[in-house]
Write a protein that binds this ligand. Structure first.
Ligand SMILES: [Zn+2]
Length: 266
């Protein structure tokens, strides 16, 4: 091997060395940028791995009454239930969202869902439009929020209603009733009851929550307080979480009642 050949070899070797070094640098750069990309994507990916317990559940929250229809009235304060219902419903919405649920509100302000003119059969039109919102959004569960009243002032305590003879509604109502007794410690501990309400006949597990009696002086005072309404909302959501976590298979709800042909005006 002559001097020139040796030099050539050395040169080739150096070239190879530089090439390998470059390749390694490139690999390292690629590697670190890959790591960076992963790190940037890791946060949302990890969040997705820990879904809220209500992830995948669409809950319709219905604030009872509104607009011309005030509903029950506070015996002492004269405050109608419509605004209190909306306040509780909006807290329920917030809490459900934090638990990962998709929430559909049937109303978000002080209005009824019926036409102003003509003012005939407004209640039915209002209910039909609430039902349409719930149906269009494919809700899995319906929670309607109300306040109770009774001629006798002694009656008090939250009470949850479900569609008569509907085992799916009864199971959900029972879970929410228990959670409300636990969370609110009412003087009168009521049991969930079957009832005949339009909003409960849409073919999904549905409850109508009477948060308390506005005809009872003590309970009216509580329901007028924001802190108490917050506790009410938390109890309702806790009930839904308890229901969701039940190990048993959930019974099928009764099929929807078709009320589309009911006249909305006379
Ligand atoms: Zn009501």
């Amino acid at each position: 091997m002559g001097k020139a050949a040796k030099r050539d070899r050395l040169y080739t070797g150096m070239l190879l060395g530089v090439t390998v070094l470059c390749a390694l640098t490139l690999l390292y750069a690629a590697g670190s940028s890959a790591v960076q990309t992963f790190a940037q994507e890791a946060a949302p990916a990890q969040t997705a791995l820990v879904p809220g317990p209500l992830k995948g559940l669409t809950v319709a929250v219905d604030a009872g009454h509104g607009g011309y229809d005030g509903g029950a009235v506070g015996r002492v304060s004269g405050v109608p239930e419509k605004g209190l219902n909306l306040a509780v419903a909006q807290r329920v919405e917030k809490l459900l969202t934090l638990q990962g649920a998709d929430v559909v509100m049937t109303r978000t302000g002080d209005y009824a869902l019926c036409d102003e003119h003509p003012p005939i059969r407004r209640k039915l039109q209002d209910m039909q439009r609430r039902a349409a919102i719930i149906r269009i959004n494919d809700a899995d569960v319906v929670i309607s929020i109300h306040m109770n009243e009774y001629a006798g002032r002694g009656e008090s305590g939250p009470q949850v209603f479900y569609r008569e003879d509907c085992p799916a509604g009864r199971l959900l109502a029972g879970a929410i009733q228990n959670a409300m007794i636990e969370g609110l410690s009412p003087r009168q501990k009521r049991t969930a009851l079957g009832g005949d309400y339009y909003i409960l006949t849409l073919g999904v597990p549905s409850v109508l929550v009477e948060c308390g009696f506005l005809s009872n002086r003590e309970e009216e005072a509580k329901l007028l307080q924001e802190d108490y309404r917050e506790q009410v909302a938390r109890s309702v959501v806790q009930g839904l979480l308890d229901w969701r976590a039940l190990p048993q298979e959930k019974p099928q709800p009764l099929p929807a009642v078709d009320r589309s042909d009911e006249p909305t005006a006379e």
